[in-house]
Design a protein around this ligand. Structure first.
Ligand SMILES: N#[N+]C[C@@H]1[C@@H](O)[C@H](O)[C@@H](O)[C@@H]2O[C@H]12
Length: 453
């Protein structure tokens, strides 16, 4: 299985998950600093205070990337390093870190892919309402422009947001992520303002390549997981349609087509109203983009039935039951369904033929053991192999798929799960910060060298 000649192979990380140095060089506080230091929010009371100490070890980490022959490295820029209070003058020491990071990547012949927002909102903006406040969208666009002014001569691929669904619904809906608010109306307002920020920022990132990164999944009934030809009942088909609208189309339709699905408008009307969606907003959100970034881990399995408990707060999903898949699971409890990725990519390539696709995250958490300086992570290697075969199938089916970025380069701070869940192809021993290339990393290196499986 050989991929197209210009297919991009890389890995992805995010600032709060790997950098550490949370009080260094003028960095301001983020909502994840606040949240992780709030007792009970993160497993084992873990925080990103040190993480992988990437802020100080980035040169060595780029050396590992070079050893793996990565063509691209997707990282995120910590807004609180650039504007400690989320607005106003740029912090030169904060921007200098990314300047050095980008230069080191280029020296290693690795293309830098910068994500501008991977969840670490400056706390000062949250204190003024965060993403429920429309003004935050404008602050985000100013921040994006400031970063692009400095790095745009060397960074040519930009992601505005990472997974706005997660930012909105886990951050403001059910509160399992920062800032930990629990209000369905706030979640819907935040989703809109995140999209508004995306659109405003996208215009200020040219002439770069611009993408929106979404967590997406094929929405399937339990029967469809193993049998794509399974015909759902009318009620189950309605549940599938609704959740696809709320999970994926809520973000891609506005960004690519300048429209909201009716299901989203209906959910908003029932949860706080639609006043936050102002005339002209959708035109602002619908800024031209070049790529959709797809973060895929597992399908979303649903059927008609009683919705999530009230505190789960996913407005619009009231008549949908979230079901288990008949499949093995990762350490996160997520079902392993590789062909879900090809089914998703082919669907999105049909729904949004105007833009290219890139797998911006795919990977798995399994419990790793270091034995004699090696990590034999056969489960993770099998997961990646299976999913890459589906990526290849999607390319053969005609999907305009530009590349694949594994999540993640390093074991890292896994949000509310803390450090107990390891997604890296490189093992990190946190007390010593020792890195060990796992078997999956060595395998991935060979895949890259062959440009295929
Ligand atoms: N959980 N999990 C793994 C991974 C997370 O570590 C990333 O930061 C997110 O972009 C996305 O949720 C996926």
């Amino acid at each position: 299985m050989i991929f197209p000649e210009d297919f991009v192979w890389g890995a992805a990380t995010a600032s709060y998950q790997i950098e550490g140095a949370v009080k260094e060089d003028g960095r301001g506080q983020s909502i994840w600093d606040t949240f992780s230091h709030t007792p009970g929010k993160v497993v084992d009371g873990d925080t990103g205070d040190v993480a992988c100490d990437h802020y100080h070890r980035y040169k060595d980490d780029i050396g590992l990337m070079r050893e793996l022959r990565l063509g691209a490295y997707r990282f995120s820029i910590a807004w609180p390093r650039i504007q400690p209070d989320g607005a106003g003058p740029v912090n030169p020491r904060g921007l200098a870190f990314y300047d050095k990071l980008v230069d080191e990547l280029l020296a290693a012949e690795i293309s830098p892919y910068a994500t501008l927002y991977h969840w670490d909102l400056p706390q000062a903006l949250e204190d003024r309402g965060g993403w429920t406040n429309r003004d935050t969208a404008y602050r985000f666009a100013d921040y994006a422009a400031a970063v692009h002014d400095r790095l745009g001569d060397r960074v040519h691929t930009w992601a505005t947001l990472n997974e706005p669904w997660v930012s909105a619904y886990l951050g403001y809906g059910n509160g399992v992520h920062a800032p930990g608010r629990r209000d369905p109306a706030e979640a819907m307002r935040s989703a809109h303002h995140l999209l508004l920020g995306h659109g405003l920022a996208a215009r200020r990132l040219r002439p770069g390549t611009v993408m929106l990164v979404v967590n997406s999944a094929p929405v399937l009934t339990p029967a469809q997981v193993g049998d794509p030809s399974a015909v759902p009942s009318e009620a189950d088909a309605a549940a599938v349609h609704r959740i696809h609208a709320l999970l994926t189309r809520q973000f891609l339709d506005p960004a690519v087509h300048g429209t909201y699905p009716a299901e989203v408008l209906e959910a908003a009307a029932r949860n706080g109203g639609t006043e936050h969606i102002r005339d002209g907003d959708l035109a602002l959100i619908n800024a031209p983009i070049d790529l959709i970034g797809i973060n895929y881990y597992n399908p979303c399995v649903v059927e008609s039935g009683p919705g999530l408990p009230a505190d789960a707060a996913w407005p619009g999903s009231e008549d949908v039951r979230f079901a288990a898949a008949d499949a093995p699971t990762t350490a996160m409890g997520w079902p392993i369904v590789p062909d879900g990725l090809s089914r998703l990519l082919i669907r999105l390539s049909h729904d949004y033929p105007e833009v290219g696709l890139m797998v911006t995250e795919n990977g798995a958490a399994f419990d790793d053991v270091v034995e004699n300086g090696r990590v034999h992570d056969a489960d993770r290697l099998a997961y990646l192999d299976g999913h890459l075969r589906e990526v290849w199938r999607a390319v053969q089916a005609g999907a305009d798929l530009r590349g694949y970025l594994v999540w993640s380069l390093l074991d890292n701070f896994e949000w509310a799960e803390g450090y107990r869940r390891r997604f890296g192809i490189v093992h990190v021993d946190y007390p010593t910060q020792t890195r060990v290339l796992k078997d999956s990393a060595l395998w991935y290196r060979d895949v890259i060298a062959r440009n295929g499986l």
